[in-house]
Design a protein around this ligand. Structure first.
Ligand code: THU
Length: 129
């Protein structure tokens, strides 16, 4: 599948505007391209009980899976607070869980340029049952 990286990043940027992050003030948005070709987006949603916070990537991936998607092909991550914002360890594990036959592509933005990397750059020797 030909992946429109810019479109995916635009969805991540749009979603970051919905971030509920009053505690960290660190907004994040994610755009996820799922196996069907559909794009899902998500933002981080914090909670007064801090551990209940969900990251933008997992928000978007869980939306996709709960809509019937079986795998994810690419994930774009954006934060207005940080150049080249990377996924946290928990999100890497969740991305790996839903990786299909081809490696998930991870898109970040650095100084207005898109970086496209492979899942294995972020999580080598991933764990899956
Ligand atoms: N956050 C994400 O949304 N994605 C990540 O991969 C890193 C962290 C959020 C969680 C929390 O709301 C804020 O960023 C600061 O950690």
């Amino acid at each position: 599948m030909n992946i429109d990286y810019k479109l995916l990043m635009d969805k991540a940027k749009e979603a970051s505007k919905m971030s509920y992050s009053p505690f960290s003030k660190f907004a994040v948005g994610a755009g996820v391209l799922a196996g069907s070709g559909k794009i899902y987006s998500g933002c981080n949603i914090e909670n007064s009980s801090f551990g209940m916070t969900i990251c933008a990537e997992r928000c978007a991936i869980f939306k996709a899976i709960s809509e019937g998607e079986k795998e994810i092909l690419a994930v774009a991550i954006y934060s207005p607070n940080e150049d080249d914002c990377y996924p946290c360890g928990a999100c890497r594990q969740v991305m790996y869980e839903f990786q299909g036959d081809s490696e998930v592509e991870v898109i970040t933005e650095e100084k207005d340029n898109l970086n496209v990397r492979k899942m294995s750059d972020f999580l080598p020797f991933g764990f899956k049952i």
